[in-house]
Design a protein around this ligand. Structure first.
Ligand code: FAD
Length: 487
């Protein structure tokens, strides 16, 4: 059974590993000169940065994926559990919130803001546990390609209040505004507005408490390297079209004209490009991509004391900021950002005595009226000045020795992300489960999706779980004779 995977993002690599482990003959086509997609690595002058994901949660999903491809995760990569997982700082406030790696200490941390809220932590975790079990462990591991499977889950989600907006759900347990923010921001990591996404995403807090937050030595890219090693990954190979005949996939045509035959094709490219790859008119309603990101990768000649390994910096007018970056037409006036400083855990990620920072600022995608060529430099200066002034990262500007950046234009140009989205299809209720582009592409036999745009969604755990769903479908759909040949 010959399978072609278009795209070597984490989802593409995960499905390829699984299918190879099941006996398929798999080739991964990657348009760029290295695998990884959003999870790429940048090195320069002794500094190393993960360009995208940095916090690893649900490590057992990685263990499962590696094992399915015949790999032992812990032999391939050294994972370290972080404690605290991250620190949250608010503009103009001394007090910080550390997401501690134990429910008891998490409760103490909440108590430093509000003792009555601290008494509700257990209730909150008890309320999110069944959401996690049904929505992530249950629904995240199975396809939603017919409305009945969705209808069957809905009563449970309604009973658990998991369809109400996330921030409102969290506010039923906690009264302090900072605690409400600290327990609801997580959906931003997959491009979802906490004031709009369903409370299904409250499960993201529960899973952090359950399984912790992890760092892979060398960064997330170490996972990409390990996953790529046993696979046939062809870099510099851009798929131009998926060829079909009689409603069935026949293979892939590359830019340059080369044709590769296949029994099945799994696309890890942006799901909003699937119709174009298939050469068919867009089907149904149009999907809404997520916001984008403006990223600075900074190599410093000295460490910045105010930061932990992961630090969230919440600016003034946070709600307005989120509305602007998810729905707005212009750049935000205040900045809420996230800084990854891996040299805190692994000094080798920076030059001796130096620091390696990745600063992530959510920004509107390319649908907004922003001229990135013109506004990029000014935004960079304003962001650095804000980090110094508002959050006390004193001397940051003068410590910068090397610098790279990524804008929404880079997401669009380098990754083929529609409108430069950073996290694929926005995770709203109307674009989740049955309403998300399905793992098995409708109307073409032998064509599938994997990655952040399909079910269950973005984030490392999401794309890993989705790869399991897709791989099972590919094999289940394969004629027995083809699988026998593969085996
Ligand atoms: C800045 C940032 C920070 C993040 N932080 C976290 C985090 O801390 N923790 C977490 O869990 N998640 C995080 N995420 C989300 C996570 O990184 C993504 O959901 C995940 O990496 C997406 O994987 P994917 O499989 O969808 O593939 P992608 O990374 O989207 O890769 C798709 C690949 O397909 C290739 N491709 C596209 N079209 C073609 C074509 N026609 N031919 C050949 N190749 C093609 C692209 O070049 C790319 O390599 C973050 C994302 C971003 C952007």
């Amino acid at each position: 059974m010959k399978v072609i995977v278009i795209g070597a993002g984490l989802g593409g690599l995960a499905v390829a590993l699984r299918l190879q482990g099941l006996g398929c003959d798999v080739t991964v086509l990657e348009q760029r000169d290295a695998p990884g997609g959003r999870a790429s690595r940048l090195t320069d002058g002794g500094f190393t940065w993960d360009t995208g994901p940095s916090l690893i949660t649900m490590p057992w999903v990685l263990e499962e994926t590696f094992a399915a491809g015949g790999l032992d995760l812990h032999r391939e990569v050294r994972l370290r559990r972080l404690d605290p997982l991250y620190r949250i700082r608010w503009a103009g406030e001394e007090r910080t919130f550390d997401f501690a790696d134990s429910p008891e200490r998490l409760q103490e941390e909440v108590a430093s803001f509000s003792t009555s809220d601290a008494r509700r932590v257990d209730d909150f975790l008890a309320a999110t546990k069944p959401i996690y079990e049904h929505a992530i462990l249950g629904a995240g591991r199975r396809p939603f390609d017919d409305i009945r499977s969705f209808a069957a889950l809905l009563p449970t989600m309604l009973r658990l209040d998991a369809v109400m907006p996330l921030h409102r759900f969290v506010s039923r347990y906690f009264r302090h505004p900072r605690i409400r923010e600290a327990f609801s921001f997580h959906s931003l990591f997959i491009g979802g507005d906490p004031y709009r996404v369903p409370a299904i995403y409250a499960a993201l807090v529960y899973l952090q408490v359950l399984d912790g937050g992890w760092y892979a030595d060398g960064g997330v890219y170490s996972l990409v390297e390990a996953m790529s090693r046993p696979l046939d990954v062809r870099c510099g190979a851009r798929a131009e079209a998926v060829e079909t005949a009689g409603g069935r996939v026949r293979g892939v045509r590359l830019v340059g004209g080369e044709r590769l035959g296949a029994d099945a094709v799994v696309s890890n490219a942006d799901v909003m490009r699937t119709d174009a790859l298939l050469g068919r008119p867009p089907e149904g309603r149009s999907l809404r991509p997520t916001m984008s990101c403006f990223l600075l990768y900074l190599g410093l000649d000295r460490p910045v004391d105010a930061l932990l390994h992961h630090t969230l910096l919440v600016g003034r007018e946070y709600r307005d900021f989120i509305r602007t970056v998810t729905r707005g037409q212009h750049l935000p006036r205040t900045f809420s950002s996230y800084v990854h400083a891996p040299a805190r855990t692994e000094p080798g990620m920076a030059t001796p005595g130096g620091d390696s920072l990745a600063v992530l600022l959510p920004v509107p995608n390319l649908r907004a009226d922003v001229d990135w060529e013109r506004e990029g430099d000014a935004l960079r200066d304003a962001l650095i000045a804000d980090l110094e002034r508002t959050f006390g990262l004193d001397g940051l500007a003068s410590a910068v020795r090397l610098e790279h950046r990524m804008t929404p234009q880079d997401f669009a140009r380098d990754l083929g992300a529609v409108d430069g989205n950073a996290f694929a299809v926005e995770p709203t209720l109307r674009q989740s489960a049955y309403f998300r582009p399905p793992n098995r592409v409708r109307g073409v036999t032998g064509m599938y999706h994997v990655g952040g745009g399909t079910h269950p969604g973005a984030g490392i755990p999401g794309v890993m779980l989705g790869a399991g769903v897709t791989a099972a479908m590919v094999v289940a759909d394969a004629p027995a004779s083809r699988m026998a040949v593969a085996a």
